[in-house]
Design a protein around this ligand. Structure first.
Ligand code: BDR
Ligand code: CA
Length: 334
């Protein structure tokens, strides 16, 4: 099993990321940390606890992380996710557990370091404040993890894949661009990061067929998920004019950790710069050109001073839905 840690801000699509990370037989979900983003920190933390109660996995520990970015006020998304962060259903249960009082960054570090080197996957489906704090506080965590998968960014490769919070910026990166930049420029994370940008997530739409499959044989749990996805669908029609179904961004960042044959991912390798000021703040720019090795300036001699990031170029969409809906089915009757 792949040990996995999920940092998230639930969030309709984060909800499906939680289910996939908690329930796929090939993952061992070590814990969940929450971060400001779609809604306030108390809201997203309660949502995470409630979702774990819904799938009857209350033993998975939840830690409450950063309530705001490094150097800006927090931004939330009530127009997309409602005031609670996960509006649209009355079927979410009252959590049977509370979040741990341990500091989220310390908890993340301890969990990662308890795994054998190069085995643990860190998945981030919210703003990047917690992850940046982790690597700033405990630099050795970067060489210890196997991979870091991040839902975020928009390269404008497709007409509908420009920003979703501004014409240039995707929400998760926009909320804390300095945190994002610190991760994409961390040489210890060279070739370990995969970014899941809007360019890809907008090719994976939860259309009517997916909604029907999600409802499956019914029951309260499936009705709850169906209501969440219906709310999200209606949001995407109202706010973005996307009528074919909403892109379900976050579980893709979990699914990319699965072995290639499951979802048949294809990748390119780039460097990423995050715009941290001006009107295009939060923009992600990719380049294939690698800078000269500047090891001497670093005092490191030969160490490459850049961070190569994997960007998916495509996937088998049907296989992704099969994986996700198969995992949903596994929770039937809980
Ligand atoms: C991202 O922003 C959030 O609203 C979603 O949960 C997702 O992580 C998409 O831009
Ligand atoms: Ca999210």
């Amino acid at each position: 099993k792949t040990p996995i840690w999920l940092d998230c801000d639930p969030g309709h699509d984060d909800a499906f990321a939680i289910i996939l990370a908690a329930e796929h037989p090939r993952f061992e979900l070590l814990g969940i940390s929450t971060v400001h983003g779609n809604a306030s920190l108390p809201n997203v933390t309660r949502n995470a606890l409630s979702l774990l109660t819904a799938i009857n996995r209350p033993e998975i520990p939840v830690y409450s992380g950063a309530s705001k970015p490094f150097s800006r006020p927090a931004v939330h998304a009530p127009d997309i996710h409602g005031d609670s962060g996960i509006d649209g259903t009355s079927l979410l249960p009252i959590p049977v557990t509370v979040h741990s009082t341990t500091n989220a960054i310390v908890a993340m570090y301890n969990a990662i370091m308890s795994t054998p080197p190069q085995t643990c996957a860190l998945v981030a489906t919210g703003t990047l404040t917690n992850i940046a704090l982790l690597f700033a506080t405990f630099p050795e965590a970067a060489s210890h993890v196997k991979e870091v998968s991040i839902m975020g960014g928009a390269f404008g490769d497709r007409a509908d894949s420009k920003g979703n919070i501004t014409p240039w910026a995707e929400f998760n990166i926009y909320c804390d661009p300095e945190a994002a930049q610190s991760i994409f420029s961390n040489p210890e994370l060279d070739r370990k990061i995969t970014i899941m940008p809007l360019d890809i997530t907008h090719t994976v739409l939860a259309n009517e067929k997916v909604l029907t499959r999600l409802m499956g044989k019914g029951g309260e749990y499936r009705r709850m998920l169906h209501e969440l996805l219906t709310f999200f669908r209606d949001t995407y029609v109202r706010v973005f004019g996307i009528t074919e179904g909403p892109p379900l961004h976050d579980p893709l960042a979990v699914a990319v950790v699965l072995l290639e044959q499951d979802v048949q991912w294809r990748f390119e390798e780039v460097r990423i710069e995050v715009t941290c000021s001006g009107p295009e703040v939060g923009r992600t720019v990719k380049t294939r050109e690698l800078p000269e090795v500047v090891g001497d300036q670093l005092g490191g001699g030969s160490r490459d001073a850049y961070t190569r990031v994997k960007v998916p170029l495509g996937l088998n969409v049907e296989k992704f839905w099969d994986v996700l809906l198969g995992v949903v089915e596994g929770c039937d009757g809980r």
